[in-house]
Design a protein around this ligand. Structure first.
Ligand SMILES: Cc1cc2nc3c(=O)[nH]c(=O)nc-3n(C[C@H](O)[C@H](O)[C@H](O)COP(=O)(O)O)c2cc1C
Length: 375
């Protein structure tokens, strides 16, 4: 779609798109008590948006989170609501795509459609939607939902939700929307998204139903499976793309990770060890595992492995080392067939400058990135 191509950043020529993941939440994605951890204050988010845009980061992906994971830091306990956050970030930037992560079952589709159009107009076509269906009962309880619908019914509702929104974003002046779950009368929703195109849509469902939903509806599919090897990751990325092609859809496949980049490998490893072992927030990891029904009593060694995996990166690729190491890992992720990666730092604002200075030029020399903005 031509109009989609004209939407910058996520449709630019960078072979490997780079995004910052989780910066709207306190602690970001690092379960640590390290005092320099991310607070997600608006001042820091705003400064990060301006820096990321200037150095050529392609997108920012927030987390849709309504209550924290307790522990010593109440991990992700202070979160900036993602559509409102995206509006602010888009107003402060010129190039990059800013997504919002929206819980379909919790946000009325008319309200969501209008809020997202507003964000898209503020960003002149740079808004993206990450649809989440939700899983955390405590979050639904906050919204007065006594019992979540069962898993696949949530996705069926999510289908109607996005179908209704796409129609609201389309050319129709007035229509009724009648589905199994939604009965919306006399919809008149104006203005429309920027430039006659719709915002980019992403999804990260991992169950078979979740993946089928992503294949039907998204432009970008995110997967955070902790792969046994990059070869497994490559197979998975190829399968998603091929399944998309069969449906006539060109789906970008993305993954997630975290970066510690330092002049020497031992500095990077020591720092990673410090925040994931000495300063780890084990209580937050225990709480999150409890929410997912994982119990130590069932299998203590599996429990400890899962707990450590959570602290070490919440299922993402850890990229820990020198600028050459980190650039090399990113090149491998690209070679495995991924179109991009959303990653986090312990403190985004402190660590992005070194990454931009050292890793981005290496990726350019490897042919994975275009020249820097303004170069
Ligand atoms: C990159 C990525 C980002 C995600 N972001 C959120 C989020 O912000 N909020 C949320 O409730 N779930 C989030 N999820 C969870 C997924 O939306 C999904 O529920 C999960 O992968 C389980 O898949 P399923 O819904 O198919 O069972 C994310 C998953 C991934 C891989």
């Amino acid at each position: 779609m031509d109009a989609m191509q004209s939407r910058i950043a996520m449709h630019n020529g960078n072979q490997l798109k780079l995004g910052l993941f989780g910066a709207n939440c306190s602690n970001g994605r690092a379960m640590t008590t390290a005092p320099e951890r991310w607070t997600a204050s608006w001042d820091d988010c705003e400064a990060l948006a301006e820096l990321a845009d200037a150095v050529g980061i392609d997108f920012m992906l927030p987390i849709g989170r309504w209550r924290g994971y307790r522990g010593a830091t109440d991990h992700q306990g202070a979160t900036l609501e993602s559509i409102a956050w995206a509006c602010g970030m888009l107003a402060r930037t010129r190039r990059m795509t800013v997504l919002a992560t929206v819980h379909a079952p919790l946000i009325n589709p008319v309200l969501a459609a209008k809020q997202m159009v507003t964000a898209d107009l503020i960003g002149r076509g740079r808004f993206g939607l990450n649809i989440v269906i939700g899983w955390n009962d405590g979050e639904f309880g906050m919204f007065g939902v006594k019992k979540q619908a069962e898993h696949d019914a949530r996705y069926a509702y999510g289908q109607e939700w996005i179908d209704a929104i796409l129609r609201m974003w389309g050319p129709e002046e007035e229509f009724d929307f009648l589905g199994e779950y939604l009965d919306l009368k006399g919809l008149r929703v104006k203005p429309k998204p920027y430039g006659g195109a719709r915002p980019l849509i992403m999804n990260a469902g991992s169950s078979p139903t979740g993946r089928a939903y992503a294949l039907r509806n998204s432009d970008a599919f995110f997967t955070a499976v902790r792969y046994a090897s990059l070869a497994d990751a490559a197979r998975d990325a190829a399968e998603v793309k091929a399944a998309g092609q069969l449906m006539g859809r060109n789906i970008g496949v993305y993954t997630v990770g975290e970066v510690v980049c330092r002049p020497t490998r031992s500095e990077a490893q020591d720092y990673f060890h410090y925040w994931t072992e000495e300063a780890a927030d084990w209580g937050a990891a225990d709480y999150m595992l409890g929410l997912k029904g994982v119990k130590r009593a069932d299998d203590p060694s599996l429990y400890d492995a899962k707990r450590r995996a959570l602290i070490h990166g919440q299922s993402g690729f850890p990229m820990i080392g020198t600028p050459d190491d980190v650039a090399g890992e990113l090149a491998q992720i690209s070679a495995a067939g991924f179109d991009g990666i959303g990653f986090s730092f312990l403190n985004y604002l402190r660590e992005l400058p070194y990454f931009a200075q050292e890793v981005l030029p290496r990726l350019r020399r490897m042919g994975l990135r275009e020249s820097a903005p303004g170069a």
